[in-house]
Structure formats: structure tokens, C-alpha cells
Ligand binder design. Sequence first.
Ligand code: DOR
Length: 440
Amino acid sequence: MAEAAPTLVVRGGSVVEGGTSTRADVVIEDGVVVAVGEGLDVPAGATVLDAGGCLVSSGLVDLHTHLRQPGHEEAETIESGTRAAALGGFSAVMAMPNTDPPIDSAAVAEEVLALGRGCPCEVLVAGAITLGRRGEELAPLRELAALGVRLFTDDGSGVQNGALLRRALEYARGLGVTLAEHCEDAELAAGGAMHDGEWSSRLGLPGIPAAAEEAMLARDLALVRQTGSPMHFLHVSTRGSVALLKAARAEGLPVTAEVTPHHLALTHAAVCGYDPAFKVNPPLRTMEDTEALARALADGTIDAIATDHAPHPPEAKDLPFDEAPPGMLGLETALSVSVQALRGVLGAEEVITRLTTAPAAIARVSIAERPAATAQGGPLVVGAAGHLCVFDPEAAWTVDSIAQASRSRNTPFAGTTLQGRVRHTVHAGIPVVLDAVAQR
Ligand code: DOR
């Protein structure tokens, strides 16, 4: 029989709930929260984690993680990716299906779920909408849904064929699952390497216009209106998309959306040195876009922050800018970068709700869908799962791409000093990160 883990007391922090925080200790036994309150007694033999000056929340939930396994283990594995996630304070990540082979069958979904067991954070699986992500025929959504898959996406590309997407929406509605769209009109984006604007002209790089995202998003909203089926919008990046989403929400359409930390923190000007670390899809946009995204996150037009953690090994990424693949690491820096980028718009506690409650609801792993003891995203109350993120808003640290847990190095924040760091992460009552060091 497995030995019971000692009781864990997280002491001296402030527990985050509903966008504010209150001084409280948290006690976890057998993987479940058994007490939350100020100045609790420490049971004999308990392990004590110091959380002085820290914000203590439920573990973070990432809606958008490329774990690369199966098929691209040189970039990331489920083991290295979940270790990176734990270092970033995450207790659940949604594995994207653009693996090789893609997650378009029960066999591959089962393989990913099996590899995720025993990792330092829970691995959820998103299935492909179409077979091979080719956009030609539907993947076996029912078979995948039977395994617990609740989100389907062809991420990496959008579903170009509107008639096929309409069919997928109708089918998804019957199954009670959500389609998540990477909005990008392939013809409008063809050949582009960065945002089409002032900087692409200056640098002589081919551009991807904002319209490539907005045209597909507008089409998809029309299909949501027609079918009544919910849709989640991945990595929204333009102010035009924000305006479309705002109108859709006012109309009552069943839509949700996410924004990445890098689209909040960086603009297309970052491409000025042709460093492929700043190449990502959708591309980094203008300051006006960045500001509109932050406001949309604050007013609820955009629900959640999601990393789009996209590892690429140096041999693939270190190419001339227009030849390098798009993608950035995100898990280990997400909370720090988001808190910093949103300063003056959203407080750290509000940022944390966009990385816990909101994504857990979209991923369908919240308390509304699961028993409290296995639910993700909080609330951090007695009976909840013992998943914690302990964030020190005062800690400054410099991102070292070599020291990261990810197998890849492609962070755009290498050498940047960030304010605020995940200090401890607890998963199912086990400390998996202590003082910013992974425990396995
Ligand atoms: O930059 C990106 N990289 N955007 C995507 O949508 C896919 C991702 C990847 O898989 O590398």
C-alpha cells in the first residue's frame, strides 16, 4: 500500500477567492483541503510550507498547452511539459492535439492520458475536430467524448471549410462538447511571418493581416448563431476580434475566449532584431491591440488567460525569421508575465481568477462538473482538491532559458527580469515545486 503523505500546512499567505484575498493558512490531508483559516494549529508531524507575503490560490489551469508527445519528443515530452507547468503554478493543462500522430482517435487520446498519469500536474486532452487536422472530414468526436474529451480543436490552423465546421458544431452540440477555434483564414495569412503593419514594412517581412483572424471569427460567430452550439476562441489577438466578441456576448451567443500572456505583454516591435523567439501565430500585434486585449480581459469580453506553450527545439527554431516555425514557451512565465503586463488594469488576484476559475469552467473540470475533491480551479475551501499555487508578488527573477524544465529554449523572455514568481506548487497534496525548484 502507498504510504500516506504527511499533512501539509501552507502558512502565512493570503488565500485568493473571487478576485480578492484574505489572510489564511491552508491544511491539506490525503490530497484534500481540510481547513482554511487564520492562525491554524500545526498538527504533529505535518510538513509546513512558508507562504509569508504570498498569494495562495487553487492550482492554475492552462487551456492551451502543446506537449508534443507523441511524435516530437525532441521538443517536449508529457513529463518535461508537466514539470514546466508545475513550475508555473499549474495543476492542470489541456494537451493540444497537433501531435504526430494527432489526437484524432481514441487510441492516441488514451496514450496521452496514460502518459499524463503520475505527472506533477493533471493532463487533460483536447481532440482534433477533423481527421489528421486536415480540415476534410470529421474526427470520431463521439468516441473521443466517451473518453472524457470535452474540447475539440484543429489548433495550429482553423477549420477553413465553413460547411464542415457547421456540421461539427451541430454534432458537438448533441454530444455536449465545445469546439475551440484557431481563427485564421489560410488564404489571407498565406506566406506571412509577422503582423502586417508598420514593422513588417520596415523589416521587409511578409505580413499576416488582422483580417485573417477577424474574418474567420466573424464567420464562426455566424455559425454559432445558426447552430446554438458553444464555441471557444483560442489566442484572440486583435482589437477587431475583441469588438466582434463584445457584440456576440451582448447578443447572448454561447462564446468564450482566451488571450495569451505574450499577446498582453509584447507587440510587433519586438520582432525588430529578427529573433525567431518572437515569431508566433497569431503574430504579436500593435500596442492598440494589446491594450484592447487587456481591457477585454478586465471587462469579461475575454474570459481566460492561456499560455499556448509551444516548444520548438533550437535546431528547428534557430532559422532565419521567415523560415522558423511559430511558437513560444509559456508555462513557466505565464503568471509572472500576466501580472506584470496587466498592472494598472487588473490586480494579481484578478489575474489569478483568469488562470483558475475561468479556464476550469471552459475546460469543464470545475466544481460544476466534478466532485469537489477532484475539481480544478477552486474555490479553495474545505473539501476541495489539494492543488495550490503559491505566488510571491515581490520576488524578482531573471528568466534563464537554459534553466527551464522545458526541453526547448524558445522563450521570448530570456534574460528578462520579471517581478512576481511562483514559489510553491502543490498537486493532490504533494509539494511538486518548493521555493521555485521542481521536486521531481
Ligand atoms: O505559434 C503557434 N505555435 N501557434 C499555433 O497555433 C501552433 C503552435 C505550435 O504548435 O507550434
